[in-house]
Design a protein around this ligand. Sequence first.
Ligand SMILES: Cc1ncc(COP(=O)(O)O)c(C=O)c1O
Length: 378
Amino acid sequence: MRRIYLDNNATTPVLPAVVDAMHPFWAERFGNASAVHSHGRAARSAVDDAREDLAALLNARASDITLTSGGTESDNHALFGILAPGQHLITTAIEHHAVLHAAQALEKQDIDVTYLHPNDQGLITPDSVRQAFRPNTTLVSVMLANNETGVLQPIQAIGILAHRRGALLHTDAVQAIGKIPVDLRELGADLVSISGHKMHAPQGIGALWTRKAVPLRPFHIGGPHERQRRAGTENVPGIVALGEAARQATLWIENDGPAKLTKLHASFETELLRRLPTSIIHGSGAPRLPNTTSIRFPGVDSEALVIALDLKGLAISGGSACTSGAVEPSHVLLAQGLSDTAARETVRISLSRLTTADDLKAALDLLDQTVHHLRSLA
Ligand SMILES: Cc1ncc(COP(=O)(O)O)c(C=O)c1O
């Protein structure tokens, strides 16, 4: 059976070039990057090169990048490393749990949190951010691209507002980096979270970029690694992989990859709506990532659809999350104003730069047949 993978917002396949780059660092180039002998120096130089490659992708300074274990750690570090008791955080109800649950934990440490709701297109308006400031607002945390809907938030405008009020802006850019060009000199954020496995590097590696003067406290305590910001022996194979994935992303962007993906994605959505005209794409009126479709098929339970499609070789994900054994509708879709039923009838289809027109043609046929079949059973 042919297998088609359209769940790239969950994780992306590691590129062959990334596997090749990482491979020697598991065995023959095994050194500890803190050691002074030649093994250590070779590992250190590979880490430095990888940091430079990631900096080049982001138009950033390598020295402002802290390498972490992934998006969750970077998000946690940004929040816990900036906020102190008595301060106020503005964030949103559509953040990933790495931010949302961190904010809830901070509330227990005497930090006030405002959770902004998006409009019906999934957008956090700068006006809603403006109204939420308080004299003790220290940090604003708004994601660049939402993992479920792909909606892109107006980070530049929010950054201007935050800076006028003397606050810092953190953005979780985990879903955006590697899919659209992101220039950190223009973005206007002060802290930016990055995850390797959303951009064709392995799981368990990521980064937190911090503008030079930002007073970030360390989150892991131990040795002096990562300029005292993140203690722990470096994951050299993972870091090398992240660097190579960044290099590949830079090449893909230079070769017009985002424009090609946008075209492929747009024609996929047009054809999907033509074949299944009662479907609704969430956030279709907002700027979105060129790879994500959050779509409701009225009358079709998303879990049943995901399972039926998986049996036919197509991997997508439901608009729900399994929390403590129960399937709960997505907090993102509910925050955007969808009913419980609408959220339970929504699936997420996410492409990558490896997705072909042929994959999408086969996926359209499977979606079309399976949605009609499930509706006929209802
Ligand atoms: C928007 C967003 N932030 C953070 C994360 C967490 O990243 P990681 O899996 O690298 O911890 C994810 C992963 O799904 C995500 O989509």
